[in-house]
Design a protein around this ligand. Structure first.
Ligand SMILES: C[S@@+](CC[C@H](N)C(=O)[O-])C[C@H]1O[C@@H](n2cnc3c(N)ncnc32)[C@H](O)[C@@H]1O
Length: 330
């Protein structure tokens, strides 16, 4: 566990005997705290200050928030030291996600490239455009850099509901509503070359079919192939009741940022929605794994870990943030 450094502000949360999530809150500078850790983490979520030059607070009354002011190249140095410490405690197949606004992402990406071999970008559309912008494009995208040093990172495929427009299940047969799954290969790929004849109509695919003849015949026998007579094309029937969604892409536009009116109330400036952290945990961790948030703010990562039986270490140098996390997690 962590050595005695921040013992005074060290909190533990243990659920009942079946749900063994343990969350630890540390008050202090993340660089020192991480270097004192002997836990290896499966996932690290890093949502640092973005170098906006602003002072963030929830309201002018209590001034709860943090100062996002760096001079000269202090910002890159801060990120570099923080990421250096993180890589020391990241599992060999673990993932570090660095979250930042698209406008401020260049310095972060430059630093990350020094530390990680494999970097993917997740684009989170956090809000709709604002009507007040006059001389620049409305900023609606945050980038989450998914970083690893292995090709075999822990990764759980997540499926999401099919979008209405592309996947309207507007055809119907005795089995139920279905949409049309393409079976013809296009010019860029060669497939299984054969033709199918039904009611004197010949169905051919110039670049081949996506499935072998045997499988096609089985599906035809099961009435799972749609014959588009006019277009002379064949489609696989994709039934609504049998479909469990499509794999999640790297564009996330189904999670909304925190607003004052939502159920998930804003306790801290730049607080991220729990749903976003839940999705990241689902992708990169399993129950019982350890998660690190070195700049945890209001403790969103902790809340998501607590609900999904992951263990977490949350660090923040702001005492107010640690108090908010503690209250939130109790
Ligand atoms: C963008 S906020 C994190 C918000 C958080 N993801 C949430 O959902 O509430 C960044 C946090 O980093 C903290 N911070 C900045 N420098 C730090 C450091 N060296 N060590 C620990 N925390 C730091 C700030 O106090 C601030 O709370």
């Amino acid at each position: 566990m962590f050595k005695n450094l921040f013992k005074k502000n060290d909190y533990h949360y243990q659920k009942n005997s079946r749900q063994m999530s343990s969350i630890k809150v540390l008050h202090g500078d993340c660089m020192k705290s991480i270097s004192n850790s002997n836990i290896m983490f499966q996932f690290i979520y890093l949502d640092p200050p973005y170098d906006t030059g602003r002072v963030f607070s929830v309201s002018s009354k209590d001034n709860i928030g943090f100062n996002d002011n760096f001079v000269n190249d202090d910002y890159c140095k801060f990120l570099d030291s923080c990421i250096t410490e993180c890589t020391k405690v990241l599992h060999a197949n673990g993932v570090l996600c660095l979250h930042i606004s698209a406008e401020q992402s260049f310095p972060a990406e430059t630093v990350l490239c020094k530390h990680f071999k494999y970097i993917n970008k997740i684009f989170w559309k956090r809000c709709h455009g604002k009507n007040t912008v006059k001389n620049k494009l409305g900023a609606v995208i945050d980038i989450i850099f998914e970083c690893t040093n292995t090709k075999n990172k822990k990764f759980n495929l997540v499926k999401v509901p099919l979008g209405d427009t592309v996947w309207a299940f507007k055809n119907k047969d005795d089995r139920g509503n279905y949409s049309l799954g393409a079976l013809k290969h296009d010019r860029t790929r060669k497939g299984h070359i054969y033709s199918i004849t039904k009611d004197n109509v010949k169905y051919e695919a110039p670049y081949g079919w996506k499935i072998p003849l045997e499988e096609m015949n089985t599906l035809i026998a099961q009435d799972r192939i749609h014959f588009a007579v006019k277009a002379k094309n064949l489609y696989k029937k994709v039934y609504e009741h049998e479909h469990n969604g499509k794999p999640l892409s790297n564009l996330w536009d189904d999670i909304h940022s925190i607003t004052r009116t939502q159920k998930d109330p804003r306790l801290y400036p730049t607080q991220k929605p729990v749903k976003l952290l839940e999705r990241l945990l689902q992708l990169y961790t399993d129950e019982g794994d350890w998660v690190l948030d070195p700049v945890a703010g209001s403790g969103t990562t902790g809340e998501a870990c607590k609900s999904h039986n992951r263990n977490a270490v949350l660090i923040d140098k702001n005492k107010d943030a640690c108090d908010i996390m503690t209250k939130r997690l109790l």
